[in-house]
Design a protein around this ligand. Structure first.
Ligand code: HEC
Ligand code: HEC
Ligand code: HEC
Length: 458
């Protein structure tokens, strides 16, 4: 099993502490775990020096400087301190980290891999003495100790151990998907207290503006109709013609992490995803199974009465790339047989129009312009215009059962539906917050007494 996790290599490297090999292995693991995506500021920030703001429904959370600087980074962390921060979400000062740092998944990282990661962060990363900005969340979330209660309920995985009786590939895939690559933090739904609902693992989760779809093997709701080759190509490049393209947070995962993984690791993830329990989330047709070319754009040209407002936007802002019939071409994808237009919710279609597509893969830049607030080269579309063009696209090329209101576009523009936890920050709802906190405390007491009893029984 040692070699299976590539961690067995560490046993050999252990005689030669922090050898080049161990540091290189730690670097690969840091890429697979995508540490740099959050801990490096996108405006040409120094690697791992922090500053990237993670927009949570509760407010911005800044990723820390995790360079080996003794002033502003983690230069004085021992390997044990490092393991505690990465796996348990507790920093050297004993403060609880917010789960924007995906320690709930990283808790499954093996000791051997923590050892290699530590060697890389201490000896493979340049120290940077500039401190990262501070995070200020509203009450009661500024009380970091409240995370201790949350952890009791939702965190606390133990390091990964292979499941007996399944192939090495599937075990390696399990480790990559649920520990290092933390696919689950985005693709698994969350409950009202923002804990992962692992009974429905990987069956789809909202990330605010974007929606990470169901990737279980269910034929209609998930990706059961994708071939192994489709899935492999998507994870390596973010593009499968006539199926799906990766934008938003998925594009980031591919750009910073997945494109650098070895073929064997991609194969392992595909093998694992093929055999997880299928979860039916109610779709009646696969997301990539909707629509066909439509001549509607052409037939509406020249019309002077009752001009379709969505057609107008489509004609002016979309058809030049995606073509009048929505078929696209060698460079631009079709809008039918496209998982963003055939999904059972319009979130990713709206978010794509607002924020565009940006993906740098194999040195090639794939870009669709944004039509929202960050639009540079294209016109800024209003909520109503985006609703109109979405409805036009859905009706002609996508899932015609959906319709989009300007109000829905506004919600997506403002970062998506707020979970219950975030809604309770208004002063009027503090009472509810207090009751929920009280409930958590009660639960906690029950849990602790249970633990005590178990210990007592020993
Ligand atoms: C999805 C974003 C994200 C990823 C991926 C991520 N982190 Fe973090 N990390 C954060 C955020 C945000 C914080 C600060 C949390 C807070 O302030 O409570 C943090 C805090 C930390 C800290 C605590 C630093 C301190 O002294 O406060 C360490 C150590 C750390 N991360 C290491 C890592 C390592 C190693 C990886 C990769 C294995 C990683 N992180 C991946 C977002 C991320
Ligand atoms: C930071 C959040 C995030 C992480 C981490 C993440 N995903 Fe995604 N994923 C998304 C979002 C959002 C989409 C939708 C992208 C779009 O439609 O442009 C997506 C789309 C997908 C799709 C395409 C589904 C479809 O029907 O279009 C697959 C397959 C997928 N992800 C697999 C994975 C796997 C496997 C991992 C881990 C290796 C992973 N994702 C990690 C957010 C994430
Ligand atoms: C300048 C060319 C261009 C224009 C204009 C353009 N797109 Fe795109 N579109 C692209 C490219 C490039 C992609 C991504 C291809 C890839 O990922 O491989 C894309 C992807 C998409 C996707 C799939 C996104 C996903 O997450 O799966 C949708 C839906 C889409 N465009 C709709 C639109 C709509 C609606 C408009 C008009 C408001 C529009 N596009 C205008 C070039 C364009």
């Amino acid at each position: 099993m040692g070699l299976l996790l590539a961690s067995g290599l560490n046993a050999l490297a252990a005689d030669k502490p922090d050898s080049e090999d161990l540091i290189a292995q730690g670097k690969y693991l840091a890429t697979a775990a995508d540490c740099g995506a959050c801990h490096t500021s996108p405006d040409r920030g120094a690697p791992m020096a922090g500053g990237y703001a993670i927009h949570s429904p509760l407010g911005d959370i800044f990723a820390s400087n995790i360079t080996p600087s003794k002033v502003s980074g983690i230069g004085d962390y021992s390997e044990q301190d490092f393991a505690r921060a990465v796996r348990d979400g507790i920093n050297k000062q004993g403060q609880h980290l917010y789960p924007a740092m995906p320690y709930t998944s990283y808790s499954r990282i093996t000791d051997a891999d923590i050892h290699a990661l530590y060697a890389y962060f201490m000896h493979g990363v340049q120290p940077v003495d500039t401190p990262a900005p501070q995070t200020h969340l509203p009450f009661p979330f500024n009380i970091r100790a409240s995370m201790a209660l949350w952890n009791r309920l939702f965190a606390g995985n133990t390091p990964f151990t292979p499941t007996p009786g399944v192939s090495d590939d599937i075990n390696r895939g399990d480790y990559l998907v649920n520990a290092l690559e933390h696919c689950d933090t985005c693709h698994t739904p969350r409950n009202a207290l923002m804990g992962q609902d692992n009974g429905k693992a990987l069956s789809g989760g909202s990330l605010g503006s974007w929606y990470a779809p169901n990737i279980t093997p269910d034929r209609n709701s998930g990706i059961g109709d994708w071939s192994d080759a489709d899935l492999t190509q998507y994870l390596m490049t973010g593009h499968v013609s006539g199926k799906a393209q990766a934008a938003g947070p998925m594009a980031e995962a591919i750009e910073h992490s997945l494109q650098y993984l070895s073929d064997a690791d991609i194969r392992a993830m595909v093998a694992y995803l093929r055999q997880i329990p299928a979860v039916d989330t109610g779709a009646t047709r696969p997301r990539d199974g909707y629509g066909q070319p439509s001549a509607s754009e052409l037939s509406l040209r020249g019309q002077t009465d009752n001009i379709d407002a969505g057609w107008q936007v489509f004609s002016g802002s979309c058809a030049n790339c995606h073509q009048a019939d929505g078929q696209g071409n060698r460079f631009y994808p079709s809008l039918f047989h496209n998982s963003a237009t055939g999904a059972d919710r319009p979130d990713n279609l709206i978010a794509t129009i607002l924020y565009g597509v940006h993906r740098n893969v194999n040195g090639e830049e794939i870009a669709m312009p944004a039509f929202g607030p960050q639009a540079h080269f294209s016109e800024r579309l209003s909520d109503q215009q985006i609703a109109d063009v979405s409805n036009y696209v859905l009706k002609n090329y996508g899932n015609p059962q959906l319709s989009v209101s300007a109000d829905r576009v506004r919600v997506i523009r403002e970062g998506g539906d707020k979970p219950l936890l975030a809604k309770i920050t208004s002063p009027a709802s503090l009472l509810i917050a207090a009751i929920i906190l009280l409930l958590i405390v009660v639960l906690l007491v029950v849990l602790i007494t249970k633990k005590r009893r178990q210990h007592g029984a020993k």
